[in-house]
Design a protein around this ligand. Structure first.
Ligand code: CP
Ligand code: NVA
Length: 328
């Protein structure tokens, strides 16, 4: 794997071997971290972290990974910078590339992170756009490999709105790494056709199958992993909750669905999650629509079959691998 100097914008840009190489490196760095073995592979380098949307995991993962690698980092949050207001992305890219060795970007359209990469002479990493969330997929795949000891042939079922970043990125990741991918969504909420076609071509080479289904109880048959995400993503207007709740209600991951899937099946979620009414939005939406949980029930989220916190930790190890592979 030679990723030195490369951007990390979507998994479509990487070969199967390169993605596997990143997961292997993440596992190696995770072991080093657990054993307290220093791995300051990027000593003296610096990274700029642009977050035009909020974050807990991705921001912390980048900051801790950078620190462990011996790097400095600067957080540029949704407010307080000139980006987009007084300065274009193209100008920002050239300014930051003059001071930093890498730039992470979380924001809206994929075209923005691509523009940033076009004008930046240092690697640019996609920390989530509306369309893709590639660092999340690396963490998901590391977690699945830790649970099942393999990736190829695993059946991953994505429940919910598969048009957005998580549905799309999981489909790409599964196609590249040879996992069978099913999106279980209401009609019209599957990933876009052109991307599906691209992924089916990749899948034909890796032995993966990509299927779409709208009946949750049909879809769970053979599922090894049930994956879900919040029903309304960052950047979407609040008004969409009403129609989304009605549409997605049958796709909630609950105990009955997990039981129908069988004992082998585990639960994953990129987080954050509305699995109870203990958050501001969870409480507001849950009360309004008479639900005690949204995309996943609390009993599934808290069950032994849920690996969501291992998955969250793996964000850090996998992001560290991306930085190390592209900078050292
Ligand atoms: N999963 C994820 O990207 O979480 P954050 O929004 O907290 O970064
Ligand atoms: N689909 C979610 C993912 C959060 C990690 C969002 O974009 O808000």
């Amino acid at each position: 794997m030679d990723l030195k100097g490369k951007d990390f914008l979507t998994l479509l840009d990487l070969s199967t071997e390169e993605i596997e190489g990143l997961i292997d490196l993440a596992a190696e760095l995770k072991e080093k971290k657990k054993k307290g073995i220093p791995h300051r592979l990027c000593e003296g380098k610096n990274i700029a972290l642009i977050f035009e949307k909020t974050s807990t995991r991705t921001r912390c993962a980048f900051e801790v990974a950078a620190s462990d690698l011996g790097m400095g980092s600067t957080y540029l949050g949704p407010t307080g910078t000139q980006i987009g207001i007084k300065e274009t992305i193209a100008d920002t890219a050239r300014v930051l590339a003059g001071m930093y060795d890498a730039i992470e970007y979380r924001g809206y359209g994929q075209e923005i992170v691509e523009e940033l990469a076009k004008y930046s002479k240092v690697p640019v990493y996609n920390g989530l756009t509306n369309e893709y969330h590639p660092t999340q997929i690396l963490a998901d795949m590391l977690t699945i490999r830790e649970i099942f000891g393999k990736l190829k042939g695993i059946h991953l079922l994505y429940m919910g709105d598969a048009r957005y970043n998580m549905g799309r990125s999981l489909m790409v990741g599964c196609a590249k790494l040879g996992l069978h991918f099913t999106a279980c969504s209401p009609k019209g909420y599957f990933p876009p056709e052109d991307l599906t076609e691209t992924c089916r071509k990749i899948a034909a080479e890796t032995g993966a199958e990509i299927t779409f289904e709208s009946d949750p109880y049909k879809a769970v048959k053979n599922a090894d992993v049930i994956y879900t995400d919040i029903w309304v993503s960052m950047g979407e207007p609040e008004e969409v909750w009403a129609e989304r709740i009605e549409l997605m209600r049958p796709y909630q991951v609950n105990k009955e669905l997990m039981e129908a899937a069988g004992d082998q099946c585990v639960f994953l979620h990129c987080l954050p999650s509305y699995h109870d009414l203990k958050t501001e939005i969870g409480r507001k939406v849950g009360k309004k629509y008479g639900m005690t949980a949204l995309e996943v029930t609390d009993d599934v989220f808290e069950s032994e079959r849920s690996y969501v916190f291992q998955e969250a930790e793996n964000r850090m190890h996998t992001i560290k691998a991306v930085i190390a592979a592209t900078l050292s």
